[in-house]
Structure formats: structure tokens, C-alpha cells
Design a protein around this ligand. Sequence first.
Ligand code: PHE
Length: 348
Amino acid sequence: MSNIQEKIDHYTAELKNWKPTSAQEVEDFRLRFLVAKGILKNLFEEFKGVSNEEKRVLGKVLNGFKQAVEARFNEMKVKFGETQLSTKQNVSQDLTLPGPGFTIGGRHPLSLVRKEIVEIFKKLGFIVAEGPEIEDDWHNFTALNFPEEHPARDMQDTFFIRKQQGNDIALRTHTSSVQVRMMENGKPPFRAIMPGRVYRNEAISARAHCFFHQIEGLYIDEGVSFADLKQTLFHFVQELYGEGTKVRFRPSYFPFTEPSAEMDISCTICKGAGCNMCKYTGWVEILGCGMVDPNVLENSGIDSKKYTGFAFGMGIERIANLKYEIKDLRLFSENDIRFLRQFETEII
Ligand code: PHE
């Protein structure tokens, strides 16, 4: 008979007498019998060299032996594995210890700033309104007094989804579209702010992105004047940037407001002395605003003889840049955990 048979007999006897008393012995067994250069593998190697006749008989014996080894090993592994676990639990686990902590994320800086702005306006009685990001031509442009083919449409590089004479569908370029929806669906007075994501077809760089976030505001009632606009925005700036922050209004143009203005605040970083952020002017522009054009009121079904109102719009990124001195817009959308972690302390 072959050498293999003798070895199998020898190991089978050993297997019968094998009564391990520790997990270590089970592991030693595995290392002897079951690894790549272990006893079983070697026997199978040797088996390749025997004659075909012998193979017929030995094959069965060898496979039987293999199964016996594995079965015994598994049995012992379970036995000692379990014992080990239960000893551990009994001896070394102190159930009175506090549980392991888990990490919670922080708010995104843009969410923090949006929340802060919303809170300020809420105290003035403004509600929050939202609308769709995919908008039709009417709500994004026409109702807002952008005549067709008017160059003002080029002010905002639009992502069109469907181009169809007079019935285009696009990603909204501003949340002014929500103002129209609100006026169409309700009755004055209106006092609301509209936060949301807007899209413009711009090359992505440190200073521009193909999407950003806005908060627009609308206040419509009888007898609302430019003085109300100024006082509301002045109050907002004092709340957000602190007492003493100066504001100034510069005449501007928007199709949906008349008169229109851009509002600057004294640079929050250099306090007006001149720095990179304010391009050494001491002032930074933070929003556009104006008295709602009577055409817009009429387009939305509001009697422009009875009601007047103001509107304003600002980019949340711009406000956050000033607050946190973030120099590159792309950081807001890259989800780099090293950037986001810096805001984790401001969870509440
Ligand atoms: N919709 C304008 C923009 O996106 C901002 C704005 C809103 C200006 C309301 C005036 C009044 O640039």
C-alpha cells in the first residue's frame, strides 16, 4: 500500500486522541493541517503522483480524511470560540460604562447662513415660501417683466431644458419665480422670503459656479414705500453683521423692480479700511432690491393702483463668504470633509 495510506492511518489515530483544551491548540491544529502548505494540502499533492488504480481506492480514503479533519476543527473552533466570548463578557465587560459615542455631522455652512437669515426675517413676520427648480418661461422671465428678445434675459445665462417659442422650460435662474407663484396664488398682503437653489450657465471657477443659492424677499401691501425697503434691509444687516455696519444703496436695473438698487455694506473684514475682499473700496455688494414694477403686480393678478411693494434678492454664498472668509466658491459643493468639519461646532 502507498505511503499516503500509512500517513492517513497515522493522522487519523492522532485525530481521535486530539482533545484540545484552549483556542490556541485549535489554532495550532489549523496551522498544521489546514493551511496552504499544511498536511492536507501535502497529501493531495502526493496523491497526484500515484497510479490510476491506486487513485480509485485512495481518493475515497483521502476525501474521507479531509472531511474528518475539517469537521473536527470546526467543532473545536466553535467550542473554544464561544467559551472565549462568554468568558470575556463575564469578566471584562463593565455594563455600567457609558456606550461608545457616535459622530454626528454638522450643518453645511450654507445651511447655517440660510437659517440665520431666515430667523432674522421670521422675527419681522416674513414667512418662508418655496417653488420648483424647473421653471417655465412665464414664472422665471415673462411675468417678471422680461420682454421677449429683451437683452435683460442675457443677464442670466440660462440652462434651457426645452426651447419652444414662448413656452421654454428652464432651470430657474433666480427665486423671483417663487414671488410670481405666490402672488398668483394668494391675496395681498404678502410678506415672504424665498430661499432656494438657482442655476446659471457659467464656467466654474473660484468666483462663479453653475448653481448657487439665493434668498429673495417680497413685501406687498397698501402704501409700502422705498423707506420701508431701506429700513427693513438696514435692520437685517445690523442683525446679521452687527450694530454699526453701514449700508449704501446704488441705483441699478432689474426688469422686475422700478426703481432698482444694489445694496453695499461696509466691509465686515477690514471694517472699511480696504482689503482683498472689498477690493480696497471698503464696501461689498450683498444684494439687489427695488420697488416691485407695477407690470409684475398686474401680471400676477395684483391691483397695482392699490398695492405697492418691495423685493430683494441675495446670494447665500456671498453672505457666507463674508462671514467665514471663504475665498473659493467651489468649496461649498465639493463635500470635502476637512472643509465641512470646520463648521461642526455650530450644530445648534
Ligand atoms: N432676482 C435678482 C437676481 O437674481 C435679485 C433681485 C431680487 C433684485 C429682487 C431685485 C429684487 O439677481
